[in-house]
Design a protein around this ligand. Structure first.
Ligand SMILES: N[C@@H](CCC(=O)N[C@@H](CS)C(=O)NCC(=O)O)C(=O)O
Length: 324
């Protein structure tokens, strides 16, 4: 795992020395928006109009952030309109690679480049920053549109509606104010909380992450005992953002990231809700447990230096969920 500095690769792990052992996530750097008519979005430049076949998504099946984008590509009927490349699950000294010697790793289907970092330097030869997935690439302008999953899912939610005819709305205007604080808490204490717990290099940093994480799971269990979805009867982006963390929890975060006060299967409502979302049309195909498990246990040699992949629980995600 490393990063680009002025376009040159440096093999460095996250620096937690300067932050008292805390993992601090960097801001994503490409922030343009695809819109229906190509007008500028909330950030970045104009000129990225929705068109079939123009954009390409680079993901890792292992990554919960990339998984959000994969889910929206599927839910919104975009699989024939936005191409896909999947990186190799092992993220080692070269970062994400396009090696293909692993089932499901497609290689770089656009340029046949060896490394994900080459996509970043193709967009900006002097790029400085982390080489993360998801990456949404524009074949026409030869650049990265956006590499922030929270924004990519909002573009996919609406920009292509005229092309696909799919008007399902996961960020409805009338719920936006209520969704924001729910997203914030789940992001901080859970989506990112598992990383803060797992990548902590001091007891204090771990304690500060893991307790709020389980407080949030308790809060969610209660909320989902009264509501089918986080915002009530309607499924929204808040649910999909939560799902990608829940689906990884028992096999990875519980053991690898030391989030082990309980498993998701110990919470009746959260577990049934996770199964309902897993069974949603088009979603199970986006979940690749082999990449998920292999990536985490194999790639973080500061946490698991011998790369032993544990046996892991194997709960039945297809069992009837009984909700609604
Ligand atoms: N804020 C970004 C985070 C993406 C991210 O951190 N992805 C991880 C994989 S789960 C990554 O590519 N990490 C590589 C690195 O940090 O060097 C988003 O939500 O899109």
């Amino acid at each position: 795992m490393g990063l680009l500095v002025d376009g040159k690769w440096q093999d460095k792990w996250y620096d937690t020395d300067s932050s008292g052992g805390k993992f601090e996530r960097s801001e994503s750097k490409f922030r343009n928006w695809i819109t229906a008519d190509g007008s500028a979005g909330p950030s970045g430049e104009d000129g990225f109009a929705a068109e079939s076949g123009r954009y390409h998504l680079y993901v890792s099946y292992a990554c919960p952030w990339a998984h959000r984008a994969l889910i929206f590509r599927s839910l919104k009927g975009l699989t024939d309109h936005i191409g896909l490349s999947v990186v190799h699950p092992e993220m080692l000294g070269d970062g994400w690679t396009f090696d293909t010697d692993y089932d499901g790793a497609t290689g770089d289907r656009l340029f046949d480049l060896p490394f994900a970092r080459d996509i970043y330097t193709r967009a900006n030869p002097t790029f400085t920053g982390r080489v993360t997935v998801p990456i949404l690439w524009d074949k026409q302008r030869e650049t990265i549109v956006n590499n922030e999953s929270a924004e990519i899912i909002r573009m996919l939610n609406s920009a292509f509606n005229d092309i696909t005819g799919n008007t399902d709305d996961y960020w409805p205007q009338e719920l936006r104010d209520a969704i924001a604080p729910v997203n914030d808490r789940i992001y901080d204490t859970l989506n990112n909380g598992v990383y803060k717990s797992g990548f902590a290099t001091s007891q204090k940093a771990y304690d500060e992450a893991v307790h709020p994480l389980f407080d949030t799971l308790d809060w969610l269990e209660d909320r989902l005992s009264r509501n089918r979805y986080l915002m009530g009867d309607q499924i929204t982006e808040a649910d999909w953002r939560l799902f990608t963390t829940l689906v990884r929890f028992d096999k990875v975060y519980h053991t690898h990231f030391k989030c082990n006060r309980a498993r998701i299967t110990d919470y009746p409502n959260l577990w049934a809700y996770t199964r309902e979302l897993y069974q949603w049309d088009g979603v199970a195909e986006t979940v690749n447990f082999d990449h998920i498990v292999h990536h985490y246990y194999y790639s973080h040699d500061n946490i698991n230096p011998n790369r032993i992949i544990p046996i892991n629980p194997d709960p039945d995600f297809n069992a009837p969920h009984g909700r609604g």
